[in-house]
Ligand binder design. Structure first.
Ligand code: ADP
Ligand code: ZN
Length: 610
């Protein structure tokens, strides 16, 4: 002990450590906490995983009275309350999922002032009776989560939220804090205005998610590619996004057959089945969710280690949101998009069938941005952030496929000429599959019948496989060197660009992946990736113990400990309660509740290795 009088900073840091077990504040957290403690209104935009809950939970404990946290995500409230209680915070929730007796119970708790915080659904503020209870309770502050829901300009407007515009009058002198993960400047102004915030402390954090890595790969047909990617993530939680319900079902089924723990999720399943599959994911009972974009809203699983887009996302915003569900715990996580030019016509077809002209234009513009995101060889992170009007300050992010130099360009003009020549020599009457068969010298009857086995191009493409040729065709179509006819059996024909290539006036280049494995993004402090083999084994055992304890208490595993905490435990391997307290995410209450069992397991594990 150094013996000096602790400053205010030390006191706050002390509470942070004692309650949450964190060694330091994350970016921006301290500024918000201090503003709230000083009684100021706040407005904060922070990305998913930015640690918003701590920003209001810590002041909620330190300030006298009860903090109200308004959230539209009723399905999340129980987990949020469990999470808060696991750290010893006195929390409850109040929404329509409780029966009347329980609602009465929570209202009595509120009146008696024994709660640190209570999560509340917005519609409750319409009830006179409830407003009366608030007037008679001691409220420390009001937190509006998902605050963009109050703005008609936002993407998720909820009329219920408009009730909150009277909150400042209802509870005069009580600070109000609005949080959201998405708000343009316009939405921000609208929120501040509608809520009537008084000279708020405003914070706009960077949208960058440094622990996520981004990667776009050329999408191959068939399932082999997906399977080989998934093998790298054995036993880890992840989401695979697909466009249609049918493809969701197909992929889930195929993965199950190959022994993966995978479940489907889309709007076509019954409510019961959707809920069941979602719960299995949250409780670590399935590794993989194959889903349409219907999945994700209101899911707060912290240890999602990968998100794969097996089809093109609808827009850059949705891509950011969907990939944003990975790595909320701050541990590294990977976002992989499988992209092929061949997917574009499918999406185009869908967009062309839209009736509303404006909507069609918007969808087309969004598609073209996604395509340039996927095709341009520009840092993916930079492009994502630019979309949100943010400039990424570094030249090389070191954790996207472009910055890692995973691609190389190679000249394939000669190959393109082989293909174009095959098209010409067969009078533009055939489709891709047949042409590739000719190039590969396939012994198929149809080729014999047409006498195409006597063509000069027959068999000259054997140096490459089918995948290569299909991709070259997609690329040549995309660059308008060849055209593809409409109809059930599309045939290929030359366009001007193709003629120039054939005459040697234009060159063709293709990207390919270097045979180097993608490095995982730098995880700031140790992390699962950097564990030794022995550490990883221990990690697996700790995971099992976490699952057991979570099941006993009926809470999701990450309410017990996050992946980050388990990784640190595996690395440090503490043997005493004091050593355990030094691990990030273990505060006094969690130490008392879980410390014993984890210490025992670690001791047993270490004994094996002596
Ligand atoms: P958000 O609601 O902004 O998406 P959360 O509040 O769920 O983010 O926090 C994301 C993760 O970061 C959680 O696992 C949380 O425990 C962790 N976390 C928050 N603040 C800190 C901190 N100061 N140090 C370490 N981990 C933190
Ligand atoms: Zn990059």
């Amino acid at each position: 002990m150094s013996g000096h009088t602790p400053s205010a900073t030390d006191a706050l840091a002390g509470s942070l450590h004692r309650i949450f077990g964190f060694r330091s504040f994350g970016p921006n957290q301290e500024a918000i906490v201090r503003a709230l403690l000083a009684g100021r209104d706040c407005f904060a935009v922070m990305p998913t995983g930015g640690g918003k809950s701590l920003c209001y939970q810590l002041p909620a404990i330190l300030l006298p009275g009860t903090a109200l946290v308004v959230s539209p995500l009723i399905s999340l409230m129980k987990d949020q309350v469990d999470g808060a209680r696991a750290n010893g915070i006195r929390a409850s929730f109040l929404n329509s999922s409780l029966d009347p007796a329980d609602q009465g119970g929570v209202q009595r708790e509120l009146l008696s002032g024994i709660l640190d915080l209570v999560y509340i659904a917005p519609e409750r503020f319409a009830l006179d009776h409830f407003r009366e209870i608030l007037r008679r309770s001691r409220i420390s502050m009001v937190v509006i989560d998902e605050a963009h829901c109050i703005s008609e300009w936002g993407h998720d407007f909820r009329p219920d939220y408009l009730m909150l515009s009277s909150i400042v009058d209802l509870l005069p002198g009580i600070p109000v804090a609005a949080f959201t993960a998405t708000a343009t400047q316009r939405v921000q102004e609208d929120i501040v205005d509608k809520l009537g915030l008084r000279h708020p402390f405003v914070l706009r954090a960077s949208f960058d998610r440094p622990n996520l890595s981004y990667e776009v790969r050329f999408k191959e047909s068939g399932d082999a590619q997906l399977v080989s990617i998934l093998k790298q993530f054995a036993g880890q939680a992840g989401i695979i996004y697909r466009t249609s319900r049918k493809s969701v079902n197909d992929t889930a089924l195929k993965l199950q057959k190959r022994g993966f723990r995978a479940l489907p999720y889309h709007a076509g399943l019954s409510d019961g089945e959707r809920q069941k599959n979602q719960d299995a994911f949250i409780h670590d009972e399935t590794d993989i969710i194959v889903a349409t974009v219907a999945f994700g809203m209101g899911i707060d699983k912290s240890n999602v280690r990968f998100v794969i887009h097996a089809d093109l996302p609808k827009s850059i915003e949705s891509y950011y949101q969907e990939t944003g569900r990975a790595g909320r715990d701050g541990e590294s996580a990977r976002c992989i998009m499988l992209f092929s030019n061949a997917d574009i016509p499918k999406v185009r077809f869908f967009i062309d069938s839209m009736l509303d002209e404006q909507e069609r234009h918007r969808a087309l513009a969004a598609l073209s941005k996604v395509v340039s995101f996927a095709s341009a060889m520009v840092c993916r992170r930079r492009m994502l952030l630019e979309h949100f009007d943010e400039t990424y300050p570094r030249d090389n992010c070191a954790s996207c496929d472009v910055c890692q130099g995973l691609h190389e360009v190679f000249d394939c003009t000669v190959e393109a000429q082989m293909l174009l020549s095959a098209i010409v020599r067969t009078d533009s009457r055939f489709g891709a599959a047949y042409l590739v068969d000719i190039l590969l010298g396939s012994k198929n009857q149809k080729i014999n019948d047409f006498g195409h086995d006597r063509l000069k191009v027959y068999g000259i493409g054997k140096g490459h496989d089918k995948k290569f040729w299909r991709r070259l065709i997609d690329d040549l179509v995309a660059r308008k060197a060849i055209g593809r006819s409409e109809g059930l059996y599309p045939t290929l024909y030359l366009l001007d660009g193709g003629a120039r290539i054939l005459k040697g006036e234009e060159r063709v280049e293709m990207q390919r992946i270097r045979e180097k494995k993608a490095a995982a993004p730098a995880s700031k402090s140790g992390g699962i990736e950097s564990l030794s083999l022995e550490g990883k084994r221990l990690f697996e055992q700790l995971r099992l113990l976490r699952k057991k304890l979570a099941d006993e208490q009926g809470v999701p595993p990450d309410v017990v400990f996050s992946d980050r905490t388990l990784a640190e435990l595996s690395d440090i391997q503490p043997t005493t309660p004091e050593e355990m307290l030094a691990v990030s995410g273990i505060g006094e209450v969690k130490l008392a509740r879980y410390g014993g069992e984890f210490l025992q397991l670690i001791a047993r594990y270490k004994a094996q290795w002596l």
